[in-house]
Design a protein around this ligand. Structure first.
Ligand SMILES: [Zn+2]
Ligand SMILES: [Zn+2]
Length: 235
């Protein structure tokens, strides 16, 4: 009997949560349906490789000029308010309860995409950055995708060699230089498809650098999964 009551209380607490954005409505998983519907969805069509929105389907100028090491990026939202505020609070404000909300948003996009990979990994943080932040936000997001896009995650598959300068605040060229050779993959991945999860895609330099290492180890296909991406005016 007490078990039954405990469960009832558990269920009611899910629905009695108030929405993290508007604060006014009861929200399942912390985000009400109207606020979820208002999130900035990435415009389509978009570049088949890097997901930069375009006027017509195809590839953007950047991907045509310099094809990246990754094969595609899947990203449901644009990095602007209010999702940018949620990501910021999650990452720097250590509001770990947001992991569930953001993970659900990414998982919903993954269910819709219906894609499968052999393994899902998160973009690793360096030891120093991990110690400073206390958690890796990308691992939290990757966890939400296990069982949807892949049956297993391999957090130890790759690691970040040195504590690179944070990408935020750097220009596109500096970003590329900053993450070049930053990752190490020690396991052979011959013939495998890999999904790499990050929170935000900006220039794609981090994903490109990690994808290159994964492909050196034999990965057949590498695709990025992120919650949102910034938009570039020039492609
Ligand atoms: Zn709301
Ligand atoms: Zn592109």
């Amino acid at each position: 009997m007490s078990n039954f009551l405990d469960r009832l209380i558990d269920i009611s607490s899910i629905f009695n949560q108030s929405c993290v954005l508007c604060g006014s409505r009861a929200a399942r998983q912390g985000l009400c349906a109207p606020c979820q519907a208002d999130l900035p969805v990435l415009p389509r069509p978009a570049c088949a490789t890097c997901a930069q929105p375009l006027r017509e389907p195809g590839l953007c100028g950047r991907c045509l000029r310099h094809p990246p090491a990754f094969d595609a990026i899947h990203v449901p939202y644009v990095f602007c308010y209010p999702i940018s505020a949620l990501v910021h609070a999650f990452k720097y404000g250590r509001q770990l309860e947001l992991a569930g909300i953001l993970g659900d948003l990414l998982a919903t996009a993954a269910v819709d995409a219906g894609l499968r990979y052999d393994v899902v990994i998160a973009v690793p943080l360096s030891k120093e950055r991990l110690a400073e932040r206390g958690f890796n936000q990308s691992i939290e997001l990757a966890r939400a995708l296990v069982g949807i896009i892949a049956d297993r995650s391999s957090p130890g598959l790759c690691w970040r060699k040195c504590n690179t300068t944070p990408q935020a605040g750097l220009g596109p060229r500096q970003r590329r230089r900053n993450v070049r050779h930053a990752f190490c993959v020690e396991t052979r991945l011959d013939g495998l498809s890999v999904a790499v999860v990050d929170d935000v895609i900006t220039t794609g330099a981090t994903l490109d650098s990690l994808s290159l290492e994964l492909k050196k180890q034999g990965a057949k296909r590498v695709e990025g999964w992120a919650l949102c991406r910034t938009l570039h005016l020039k492609t």
